[in-house]
Design a protein around this ligand. Structure first.
Ligand SMILES: NC(=O)c1ccc[n+]([C@@H]2O[C@H](COP(=O)([O-])OP(=O)(O)OC[C@H]3O[C@@H](n4cnc5c(N)ncnc54)[C@H](O)[C@@H]3O)[C@@H](O)[C@H]2O)c1
Ligand SMILES: [Zn+2]
Length: 367
């Protein structure tokens, strides 16, 4: 990890509740974690939660940055995003004498952030939480916005809370060790932000793809900052998904259904969302709401980003079944986010089963 002189981090605020929830983004901010957290009052007793994979790569330099850490390491994987893991965190906190002045520092991807975040939201009715996201997906999405929670044997993310972190520290240098497929998974969410709010971001991902994959901070950092700004802005205006926050679900109706029918084993989250965005763009283009050339630009970008796991063996019927049960069905109506151009969306609530069926068939699923 480099220790060269660091540029000033950029600050982006999520403005909900009495105090803004600040996000610092910059090359090397993780090396200044101690100072930044002290300044934010996430001081006194900090308890790090991470996993053994991440800690092997980044434990030494984070320990140097945070001072003595005795991290709580949860085993790696989505299947540990559970209440038993939360209980383990509670036990470790109690054993070390944690109190209302203690803070949890979650160092990891979405799994660690969601699990440790839920522990922070509930231990002693809430202790301070800081996120140090280590996957691109966590840096642009899961560490921002305050959703924390765990899975239940009967369904994903069924248990959770809204709990804004006291600070989020985003360091693109941490992504150097991230496997390419995980990196790509996060990039699809960046493409999503382009689709919903920024043609410029979309174009830059397409143009600078190689440098982005090389994790060149000169291009990666601005893409992360813009993604964070978009999410922070949406969440600031609609913390609890009353309406606007729904645009963040672009590509997620079909995406979540694909993840569910494959029991969260086949797709990385972003890969499923890539299919979901293709589906939403197809639906919009077929209705004439999105220009064909815009749709093709999305298809081209997603194709260029790399291969996606197959869908040909999945049945249209089973996917439709999951969509019907989807959380986004309000009063019996499915709220579906479509793109009307690259950089702008709208929500429609009159999507028919026939339309969805045709879209899924064109995506390659079997009838
Ligand atoms: N709270 C929210 O708003 C929100 C939003 C989107 C997704 N999520 C949740 O996020 C989770 C997915 O998160 P994810 O994609 O980050 O997956 P993840 O947390 O499982 O991390 C992916 C893999 O990368 C490894 N890893 C992490 N950082 C690394 C690094 N710097 N170097 C090398 N390896 C590293 C992890 O150990 C893991 O094996 C899901 O549970 C999803 O529900 C939450
Ligand atoms: Zn997502």
């Amino acid at each position: 990890m480099s220790t060269e002189v660091l540029k000033e981090p950029v600050r982006v605020d999520v403005k909900v509740g009495p105090q803004p929830s600040p996000i610092w983004i910059g090359e090397g901010v993780s090396e200044r974690a101690g100072t930044l957290l002290d300044a934010q009052g996430v001081g006194a007793r900090r308890v790090v939660v991470s996993n053994p994979v991440i800690w092997r790569f980044h434990g030494a330099h984070l320990t140097a940055a945070l001072g003595r850490t005795d991290p709580i390491l949860i085993p790696d994987g989505e299947r540990y995003k559970t209440l038993p893991s939360v209980t383990r965190i509670y036990e470790a906190l109690i054993r070390t004498g944690a109190d209302r002045g203690s803070a949890i520092v979650a160092v990891g991807g979405g799994v660690i952030g969601d699990t440790a975040g839920f522990a922070a939201a509930t231990f002693l009715r809430g202790i301070a939480l800081a996120h140090v996201p280590t996957t691109l997906l966590a840096q642009v999405d899961s560490a921002i916005g305050g959703k924390v929670g765990v899975n239940h044997a009967l369904g994903k993310n069924l248990i959770g809370a809204f709990y804004q972190p006291a600070a989020v520290l985003i360091d693109p240098l941490l992504l150097r060790t991230l496997p390419r497929r995980e990196f790509r998974s996060g990039l699809y969410e960046v493409v999503k932000y382009g689709m919903i709010a920024s043609r410029d971001l979309f174009d830059r991902v397409a143009r600078d793809m190689k440098a982005i994959f090389d994790r060149d901070p000169a291009v990666l950092l601005p893409a992360i900052i813009e993604s964070c700004r978009i999410k922070a802005d949406v969440v600031s205006r609609d913390e609890r998904e009353g309406g606007l926050r729904r645009i963040l679900n672009f590509g997620h109706t079909v995406g979540h259904a694909l993840e569910a029918v494959t029991r969260y084993r086949r797709f990385r989250h972003g890969e499923a969302i890539a299919y979901g965005m293709l589906a939403a763009a197809d639906l919009a283009a077929t209705r004439g709401a999105l220009a064909e050339r815009e749709r093709q630009a999305l298809t081209r970008l997603i194709t260029q980003l790399g291969p996606l796991p197959p869908v040909v063996d999945l049945g249209v019927g089973e996917v439709l079944e999951v969509i019907r049960r989807d959380k986004k069905v309000v009063d019996g109506r499915l709220h579906f986010v479509i793109a009307i151009q690259i950089g702008a969306t709208m929500t429609i609530d009159d999507v028919t089963e026939e339309e969805l069926q045709a879209v899924l068939e064109r995506l390659g699923l079997k009838r």
